[in-house]
Design a protein around this ligand. Structure first.
Ligand code: MIG
Length: 805
């Protein structure tokens, strides 16, 4: 796409031939005759960073996205050249750089498959309007290539033949295909010839990605300023691509407190206090598990952050304590806009200390939001973040609020074109001063970061919990997120499914939608179907704008209440399973939800599937997204799967019909899986776990499972006080063996496992725990076995084996 043609008649410009090459440890510099420098850094054997300047001078190297914990180092690096190119070889990749025009090709070092190839490669336009360059990159699309990722785009998973923009935008009642919306995550995964790679374009300016839309065989990306600066991340497994990207941009700094994985109830707004209590009490009366209750903007005094409306909430500390005694954690909203009010302490302090954003020509950036006219802290300044984090002292430490919800942090401004700051607003950008053009996409991220720092300080020794609406790559280190102001429609149920999966494959797994829809009102059927999907999302919260009626689990009649309860109960039973998946995400960057393509990229059937996904490692779920359905067709990936409801076996690799009346939905468990379950609790910690239930799904062959547990809050787990159980299952025709390898110093509250043996193809004759035969009369009822948690090998032997002995 050429923008400047009419202004300057220049069009695209290109690097000319390479005239010099220099190597500095892990970084190579290639300089062209016309002063383009390509800086290639070997981040890891499978991660290459490409950075270009057109003036021979690079800007200060600074990124909010890249974590300082990113892995560095490689096993092998060799640079050679021939007449036409430089050849850079690591243990995973080979990169060719053409001496003629700087174009690059990247190959798999193992089998020389061409993975990525510049078309025009790097090129640029000098921008009359903005100054500086519009930086561009284009690549040839490979045969049958598919594209995935890019954060919260509300479109089918495969991005091929579409163009997208990254510019964080408040998008009330967005729709299928609305672009851009709340998040900017300029990272995608390409997949062709069975191999996947990723591209992370770490440029915070307004950017664009075109996946073969403008030209059928070309993929390109560009930004309206800044540097061409991108990372090439190799798999070849898509899961590795995502986990390597997550390594680069960061995993959550802490596990969430376990309660944060429970069910949350929200509305705009619950007030006064009596209303909050009415709602929370009803959860307990109706025995619907719930862990968190939210206070939206009406709890504040005139929407002033860090204040309380004392008519509605005369004694917040007492209320929060009472809610907490009833198992509810209180989460309060905090927006970025600070009301212009000379008697308001936060405003006064911000003004005195010069913490608010300013226009290029001097005055403060003034904008209208809920409180009326506001100024906005420059969260890109370390000192401002420090100040902001300190403001949480009273709310968290004194009053006892457990989580903070950051909204409107795109930043959203009312009644102006563009719905945000004008481009000229100045930002500190951690000492790299710039305009809003560069800071816009990370403004919300830096607000959430400052909020996170406050929670971390004042919640200690408990873990922080934050939720944000706006995000850029890397925001997952600090906070969870939701998908913004969706609508109570069937189409939006589908969109919620797509967005959650897409966020997970974009490195940001702690995500959920407003269950039931924010705008308008769902009917009972839609609400129930949405809860069914929502219990499989890492963040599980009902929220609504509240102006179209009630949206609590009991708002749609008893039949729906019963269905909703049943599914929320499943969520609570599966908490140790979800927590284990979260632990894998937080330690290895493995996405909690795995779209079928990510789960099995070798199966081309998965490349265009959207609805089905794998939750954690072993559970396959598929929401019903149409009214009046009695079931649906869905694709079951390769392998054998047990139907969650009746334990019947289904052979995968096929599209099948699955019955699912309103009180059911398609859920399957992978054969060989060991699924941990807790008893149903009304909130996390209600019960002492007296026994860990393990559903063991027989398989002829081998399968591995894990169970991670710890104190469910606090930081002791970082000092080794966790309990990790690695289970190896081996099923034979006449026996089933489970080995357990335990690590970590945490001692779980229970002493025994209750093992439910599902799908055993034989009758049990004998059970041995660590080679000692146990008394079946006392330990076995039907197919349920109760044994010590301390075993290292459990053997279950069939009656048939008698004959052989
Ligand atoms: O302009 O705080 O997305 O979740 O309830 C609306 C009120 C502001 C938008 C959020 C929504 C929240 C609402 N907010």
């Amino acid at each position: 796409m050429i923008l400047n043609t009419e202004l300057e008649n220049k069009g695209n410009q290109f690097p000319s031939k390479i005239i010099s090459y220099k190597k500095d440890v892990d970084t190579l510099y290639f300089t062209s005759e016309n002063n383009v420098v390509l800086q290639l850094t070997i981040q890891r054997d499978s991660v290459l960073r490409f950075r270009y300047t057109t003036t021979s001078i690079f800007e200060n190297d600074f990124s909010y996205a890249i974590t300082r914990y990113a892995s560095r180092g490689f096993n092998h690096l060799e640079v050679t050249e021939d007449d036409s190119k430089y050849i850079i070889t690591t243990s995973k990749l080979i990169c060719h750089i053409s001496k003629e025009d700087m174009r690059k090709s990247i190959f798999d070092a193992k089998d020389n498959t061409l993975i990525s190839e510049d078309e025009l490669g790097f090129h640029w336009e000098e921008s009359y309007e903005f100054g500086g360059n519009i930086v561009k990159m284009s690549k040839n699309s490979q045969e049958k290539e598919s594209y995935y990722g890019l954060g919260d785009k509300p479109v089918p998973l495969n991005l091929k033949s579409k163009r997208f923009e990254n510019w964080v935008t408040d998008s009330y009642a967005f729709n299928k295909d609305t672009d851009p919306i709340y998040k900017a995550i300029p990272f995608y995964t390409g997949l062709h010839h069975g191999k996947a790679y990723g591209i992370f374009f770490d440029n915070t300016f307004r950017s664009f990605f075109d996946f073969c839309q403008e030209r059928r065989n070309v993929t390109s990306f560009w930004a309206q300023g800044g540097e061409m600066n991108y990372y090439f991340i190799y798999g070849p497994e898509m899961e590795e691509v995502v986990s390597n990207y997550t390594d680069l941009t960061g995993k959550p700094h802490e596990l969430p407190p376990l309660w944060a994985l429970g069910y949350h109830q929200c509305k705009w707004s619950y007030y006064p206090e009596s209303n909050v209590k009415e709602v929370t009490n009803k959860f307990r009366d109706l025995k619907i598990p719930c862990d968190a209750i939210y206070l939206d903007i009406d709890y504040m005094e005139g929407f002033r952050c860090f204040t309380w409306n004392t008519d509605y909430f005369p004694d917040p500390k007492r209320m929060v304590k009472e809610l907490s005694d009833n198992g509810f954690k209180t989460v309060a909203i905090i927006d970025p806009g600070i009301k212009i009010d000379k008697d308001y302490s936060v405003f006064k302090e911000g003004l005195e200390k010069d913490y608010f954003c300013k226009r290029a020509d001097g005055p403060y950036m003034k904008g209208k939001v809920w409180p009326g006219e506001c100024y906005f802290p420059d969260f890109t300044k370390p000192e401002v973040r420090e100040w902001w984090s300190g403001l949480f002292k009273e709310l968290i430490e004194e009053i006892g609020v457990k989580g903070v919800w950051n909204d409107m942090n795109e930043p959203a401004i009312m009644d102006v074109p563009g719905k945000t700051f004008p481009d000229d607003v100045r930002h500190d950008y951690d000492g790299n001063e710039c305009s809003h053009r560069k800071a816009h996409n990370i403004y919300g991220m830096q607000m959430a970061r400052a909020t996170y720092q406050g929670l971390k300080k004042f919640s200690y020794p408990k873990r922080p919990f934050v939720i944000t609406r706006a995000a850029y790559s890397g925001t997952q280190r600090y906070t969870s997120t939701w998908t913004g102001d969706n609508v109570a429609s069937w189409e939006h149920l589908t969109i919620a499914n797509l967005q959650a999966q897409r966020m997970c494959m974009s490195g940001f797994s702690f995500v959920g939608s407003d269950i039931g829809g924010f705008a308008e009102q769902p009917n009972g059927e839609l609400y129930a179907r949405w809860i069914q999907l929502g219990i499989f999302h890492p963040f599980c919260r009902t929220h609504s704008s509240g102006d179209h009626g009630d949206q609590e689990p009991w708002a749609f009649g008893e039949n729906i209440t019963d269905i909703v309860r049943k599914f929320i109960e499943i969520r609570y039973q599966l908490l140790p399973y979800l927590y284990t998946a979260f632990w894998r995400y937080a330690t290895e960057g493995i996405p909690i939800l795995k779209s079928l393509v990510l789960y099995d990229q070798a199966d081309v059937q998965t490349h265009y599937r959207n609805d089905e996904f794998v939750f954690g490692e072993k559970i396959l779920a598929c929401p019903i997204t149409e009214p009046n359905a009695k079931g649906r067709r869905m694709y079951v990936p390769e392998g054998n799967w047990y139907n969650f409801w009746d334990n019947t076996l289904v052979k995968g690799g096929n599209e099948v019909w699955v019955d699912a009346d309103l009180d059911s939905m398609p859920i399957f468990v992978k054969e060989g899986a060991i699924i941990p379950k807790y008893p149903i609790q009304q909130y996390v910690g209600e019960k002492v776990i007296g026994e860990l239930h393990l559903d063991v799904f027989y398989k002829l062959g081998k399968e591995k499972s894990q169970v991670y547990e710890d104190a469910e809050d606090g930081f002791d787990y970082k000092k080794g006080r966790f309990s990790l159980r690695n289970f190896n299952l081996l099923g034979k025709e006449d026996s089933l063996t489970i080995q357990q390898f335990k690590s970590g110093k945490f001692i779980t509250s229970y002493e025994t496992f209750e093992i439910n043996l599902i799908g055993l193809p034989f009758e049990i004759r004998k059970v041995e725990v660590d080679n000692v035969k146990i008394d079946l009369d006392s330990c076995l009822k039907g197919n349920v076995l109760v044994i010590t948690k301390e075993f290292t090998e459990l053997r279950i032997i069939s009656k048939k084996a008698v004959i052989l002995e």
